[in-house]
Design a protein around this ligand. Structure first.
Ligand code: B12
Length: 215
């Protein structure tokens, strides 16, 4: 039986190689060895995606390879999802999506998985979501919060348009806004009028809980 370190390294490498079959094998090994599913995702698969991001930035990897890595990542996410363990947090409904112009949805989906594992009701609008669609959905499902994700510096400013629209329609401060994604920071979140920011999925659950408790 492989050690925990070997399994995490195996997951990372399978994502780097964009090798779906091997990714499945290591995800099953993680499940069989009772490795915490969130740890397998963040210390295994996500590390592999980080390596690919660095390689892409350095001009050593190209979009087709990144797409294969994303496929491998999604395969492991599907397998690990039912095994995620998390405590239930304050109840609430959050409308989530990746902002208009941006199709990077892996991070948003990890946050969604963790929120759902914590018994939060997530209404997922997917990726490349128009500004008004966030606000319309909040009204339709009477949501308590919006969670917006962006990985693109060219798109992240549109988060402010969503906040402005909520204000115009009298939905703020009742509806809380949470933002995230690699280029997003606490300062940026404040600058667009968001109520919360989290750098990763575990923290996102804590921030959601705080917002729901009105802290
Ligand atoms: C995978 C990837 C892709 C995949 C996306 C597949 C998919 N289904 O998502 C594909 C190949 C399709 C792709 C396409 C493109 N990409 Co790309 N991509 C990446 C890459 C390598 C990894 C992103 C990723 O999945 N990270 C792993 C996840 C788990 O991390 P995360 O998203 O940050 O999420 C975590 C946190 O941020 C947080 N979080 C995320 N969302 C939220 C939301 C809330 C509410 C909260 C609280 C927290 C939170 O929690 C998450 C879990 O811990 C990044 C490089 C990088 N360093 O980020 C480039 C990157 C984002 N891509 C980039 C670019 C330029 C593109 C393209 C324009 C390339 C092209 N020429 O076509 C297109 C964009 C198309 C578009 N319109 O969106 C640039 C963006 C540069 C910029 N200045 O904005 C990057 C940074 C690469 C680079 N160094 O240049 N890409």
């Amino acid at each position: 039986m492989a050690t925990k370190e070997e399994i995490l390294a195996g997951l990372a490498k399978a994502v780097i190689d964009g090798d779906v079959d091997t990714a499945k094998k290591w995800a099953q090994a993680a499940i069989d060895s009772n490795i915490d599913a969130f740890e397998a995702l963040t210390k295994g698969c996500q590390q592999g995606m980080k390596v690919m991001g660095d390689r892409y930035s350095a001009g050593e990897a190209y979009i087709p390879e990144i797409m294969l890595s994303a496929d491998a990542m999604y395969t492991t996410m599907d397998m690990l999802r039912p095994h995620l363990k998390a405590k239930a947090v304050a109840p609430g409904t959050i409308v989530m999506g990746v902002i208009e112009g941006d199709v990077h949805d892996i991070g948003k989906n990890i946050v969604k998985m963790m929120l759902e594992a914590s018994s939060v009701n997530v209404v997922d609008l997917g990726r490349d979501v128009p500004i008004a669609a966030f606000v319309d959905k909040v009204k339709e499902v009477n949501a308590n919060a919006i969670g917006m994700s962006s990985l693109m510096t060219t798109c992240m400013f549109k988060m402010k348009d969503v906040v402005d629209m909520l204000v115009e329609q009298g939905l703020k401060p009742k509806v809380k806004v949470m933002v995230g994604g690699a280029p997003i920071s606490e300062e940026f979140a404040k600058s667009v009028g968001a109520d919360g920011y989290a750098p990763d999925a575990a923290e996102a659950v804590k921030v959601f809980e705080k917002l729901m408790r009105g802290a």
